[in-house]
Design a protein around this ligand. Structure first.
Ligand SMILES: Nc1ncnc2c1ncn2[C@@H]1O[C@H](COP(=O)(O)OP(=O)(O)O)[C@@H](O)[C@H]1O
Ligand SMILES: [Mg+2]
Length: 601
């Protein structure tokens, strides 16, 4: 019927004269042209997406930065990685756009980097440095020297007298040591005097003598609130055969009384044990410090960890102006690899910060182009999925780096590990902010009088230190209230941003903890997200700045996981090339590819 209508020339003419057919035909043609144009544009977009994915994301898989970190994100832990390949026709299409816009020209590579990208960041002075008087420094030096002396005596003692009295005994001790150290099972490299039996103490002593020697305890590599770390050379043949030629450090816990407020806080033995067992339970990874052996001395409440030497801490290097934005970004990528590795083995670090990231110069013959290799250290307050915490969760971590759900005690008891892992992502975000801006994000240099300084050590250690430094034997109440005050301060610093909103259950907890008068209100003129993106994109590529902002979301579910962060679109151009590295551990080298193939994600 219709064709006859159309083919009827007379009728067509008649209609044309009425201006109807010509209008409809034109409209149909225009529609067809528009459809063709749209299809061409869509095709071009697909091509570009695929190309970007190939060039910058390494595996052809990218995380769509528009979905991660937005309300559209699925349940926690669900895979949120999207394939960049063209959508199959059956897949649900996004709502049609009103009008096709011209395709923007592909971003030129140079536009990606801000100016001065390869210049050193200027040095920054922190309150910690400027405030430490020479008297304090001198006192600390003296204390450290005294501790070193005491250790020397102790090492001499265990190294000489505790190997068993009779020849038989000695042989048994040596056999036990050799059995343990030859074991492929890292838990066997832990020498523990816990049983209190003379035999264990003798094996401990023999191991200490074989694996490190006090006279080789060298310069101080660094110190934390809880330990002195010395460079040491693997002097013995056993050590050299066992661990290769690399230098090691000996992390010696400082002596502590061990009990604060009835709880075993500041327990050198227990904290060493947590760190040693955590490191031993995670398969070795180039971005995580390696443990060679651990000496856990129950009766002295001390621990000595023999670890791979990993360089200088990133916090100090940033303060000294020794890093460029490129160095920082590549170090952060490596840290993410390390964090991802921990998370995939049921470990949450809980104390990520620049002070716990060490950088060592890349060897000249290495395949990677980056200047430094980053290593994550200090697993003293790490959380292992299988072990229960000894303290309230808000105690773990460093003030200013703790996620809101930690501060508000929302992570106590049984918590899904994927969810718990997001506290590391928050701390990672704060760390990145510090490394890129030289400023602490929360409760930092802006408030010099704050009771806590963000560069302070992990809280659980701080409380122990405060106790240790006090001469009397009062309880720890003062410390507890000081912690509360500083937590409240950090929280109000976070909540001053309009996008950092407490959900109802957090608000209830806040009132329980601090009373309802103190509920912080948003006072900042900008959102945290905007502040972070603006501050970071001055020295870093914008997609990277956006990733860091997403890590700092109040809602843990909106923070990307470590894997998602590694796959964040465009955040890691260039530095992702260094994901493959030769990694030699024990005998023979093996190649480790950090990024798993996309199919396993
Ligand atoms: N493997 C290592 N290689 C080189 N230096 C280290 C190593 N481990 C620790 N250090 C130095 O010692 C400092 C304290 O070590 P850390 O493990 O963080 O102890 P704490 O638990 O007391 O904070 C670090 O900041 C670093 O300077
Ligand atoms: Mg530390």
């Amino acid at each position: 019927m219709t064709t006859e209508w159309w083919s009827g020339a007379g009728l067509a003419l008649a209609l044309a004269s009425m201006g109807v057919v010509s209008g409809a035909a034109k409209a149909a043609k225009a529609r067809a042209r528009r459809d063709a144009r749209r299809a061409a544009v869509e095709e071009k977009r697909r091509e570009m997406r695929a190309r970007f994915a190939r060039e910058w994301a390494g595996g052809g898989v990218v995380v769509d930065s528009a979905t991660v970190g937005s309300a559209a994100v699925g349940p926690v832990g669900a895979a949120r990685v999207v394939d960049s390949s063209p959508r199959p026709e059956s897949a649900p299409r996004p709502a049609p756009r009103p009008a096709p816009r011209p395709v923007p020209p592909p971003r030129v590579r140079e536009d990606y980097y801000p100016r001065n990208y390869d210049d050193l960041y200027p040095a920054v002075s922190t309150s910690k440095r400027s405030k430490a008087s020479s008297a304090t420094t001198e006192r600390n030096e003296l204390r450290r020297a005294r501790r070193k002396e005491q250790r020397a005596k102790y090492f001499n003692l265990v190294g000489s007298r505790q190997h068993g009295k009779s020849r038989d005994e000695r042989e048994r001790v040596i056999a036990e040591f050799e059995r343990k150290i030859a074991s492929p099972e890292p838990m066997e490299w832990l020498f523990d005097t816990a049983s209190g039996s003379p035999f264990d103490a003798a094996v401990f002593g023999y191991a200490a003598k074989s694996l490190w020697r006090e006279r080789y305890l060298d310069a101080l590599a660094g110190d934390g609130a809880f330990s002195d770390v010395f460079l040491t050379h693997q002097s013995s043949k056993v050590a050299a055969q066992r661990f290769g030629a690399g230098d090691a450090v000996l992390k010696c816990s400082n002596p502590f009384p061990g009990v604060v407020n009835g709880g075993a806080v500041g327990d050198g033995y227990r904290m060493g044990k947590v760190e040693a067992t955590t490191l031993a339970s995670v398969p070795t990874h180039p971005a995580i410090v390696r443990i060679y052996a651990a000496f856990l001395e129950k009766s002295r409440n001390e621990s000595y960890l023999l670890l791979s030497a990993a360089g200088k801490d990133a916090h100090t290097m940033r303060e000294n102006g020794e890093l460029t934005p490129r160095d920082v970004r590549s170090a952060l990528r490596r840290v993410l690899h390390g964090v991802r590795h921990c998370h995939s083995h049921g470990v949450v670090h809980r104390d990520i910060k620049a002070g716990n990231v060490l950088l060592s110069p890349t060897p000249a013959n290495a395949r990677v182009k980056t200047k430094y290799r980053a290593t994550l250290i200090d697993f003293g307050v790490a959380k292992q999925a299988i072990l229960a915490d000894q303290s309230h969760c808000s105690m773990y971590g460093t003030p200013g780096y703790q996620a809101p759900e930690m501060l508000l005690g929302d992570m106590s008891g049984k918590v899904d590990m994927d969810e718990y892992a997001k506290v590391d992502m928050f701390a990672f975000g704060v760390t990145a902010f510090f490394l890129c801006t030289g400023k602490e994000l929360f409760g930092g240099s802006a408030d010099e009088n704050a009771p806590n300084k963000p560069e302070a050590e992990a809280k659980v250690k701080r409380v122990a230190m405060a106790f240790w430094r006090r001469d009397g034997d009062r309880g720890g109440d003062d410390d507890a209230s000081e912690e509360d005050a500083s937590d409240a301060l950090i929280l109000s610093s976070m909540l001053s941003y309009a996008d950092m909103k407490m959900p109802a259950n957090h608000a209830r907890r806040f009132v329980e903890m601090y009373g309802d008068a103190g509920i912080p209100v948003a006072t900042a003129t900008t959102t945290l997200e905007r502040r972070v993106v603006e501050a970071l994109s001055r020295s870093q590529p914008k997609p990277f700045a956006e990733l860091i902002a997403a890590c700092l979301a109040y809602d843990a579910k909106r923070r990307p996981s470590a894997t998602e962060a590694l796959l964040w679109k465009d955040a890691w151009r260039d530095v992702a090339d260094d994901d493959v590295e030769d990694h030699s551990w024990r005998s023979g080298a093996s190649e480790v590819c950090f990024l798993p193939p996309a199919t396993t994600m």
